[in-house]
Write a protein that binds this ligand. Structure first.
Ligand SMILES: [Zn+2]
Length: 222
């Protein structure tokens, strides 16, 4: 793997694990020296992340981790539930015994991560959805799912409250049971419940929207 790809993966992992928070400045010079890359190569990685919606450039100020608006957050959840419906429908049709075993092994690692160190849990739980996309073997859907999961993590960072829940391991297990049973209808119901229940635990209220707009306005005038 080349150093640009490594730096890209490190940044994504920092966003997913919330060590880089929405609105945080990304120092290009430090990244260049830490990853032994030239500034133009660092810029290329950051531009890739900008296209993926997780980094934004501000005039004369450099790169920042994106702060998705409430509208954007709702758009991401809407897109996610539709795309994942296609994904899980295909999973019900295509998975074999070996795939089910891979999914169950992953769920076991989720349980262990949840019990041990919850800071890794978000990343591992998000990986469940990416694994289902790898199993159905469609690169277009896989790439789209990866982007959506990264953006969901940013949205969680920004809008979480003390009652915010992450992917629940028991719900993942039920999804795998339904994939194994090839029960498309029940799988769709469970998937919508799974996606909605994460969205509903965030504070995407109008009041929060106004507050975040106020911060946005101050931020942009600097
Ligand atoms: Zn999940």
């Amino acid at each position: 793997m080349d150093r640009e790809e490594q730096m890209y993966l490190r940044l994504v992992s920092a966003i997913v694990s919330k060590s880089l928070r929405p609105g945080e400045h990304v120092n290009e010079m430090q990244l260049a020296s830490a990853n032994d890359l030239s500034r133009p190569r660092v810029r290329r990685v950051l531009e890739r992340l900008e296209m993926e919606g997780v980094i934004e450039f501000k005039l004369n100020r450099g790169a920042f981790i994106s702060r998705p608006s409430v509208k954007e957050a709702l758009d991401v959840f809407e897109a996610r539930v539709h795309l994942e419906s296609i994904l899980f429908r295909l999973a019900c049709e295509r998975t074999n015994k070996l795939d089910i075993q891979r999914l169950r092994e992953h769920i076991q690692s989720e349980r262990e991560a949840f019990q041990k160190d919850q800071s890794d849990f978000n990343q591992i739980a998000g990986r469940f959805h990416i694994l289902v996309a790898e199993i159905i073997d469609n690169k277009i859907i896989l790439d789209a799912i990866k982007l959506l999961i990264h953006r969901v993590c940013l949205i969680q960072s920004l809008y979480e409250t003390e009652r915010t829940v992450l992917c629940l391991v028991d719900e993942h297990e039920l999804l795998v049971d339904l994939i194994e049973a090839r029960d498309i209808e029940a799988c769709m119901v469970q998937l919508v419940h799974h996606c909605d229940h994460i969205k509903d635990s965030l504070d995407l209220s109008d009041q929060r929207h106004r507050i975040s707009n106020i911060y946005q306005a101050i931020d942009d005038r600097r």
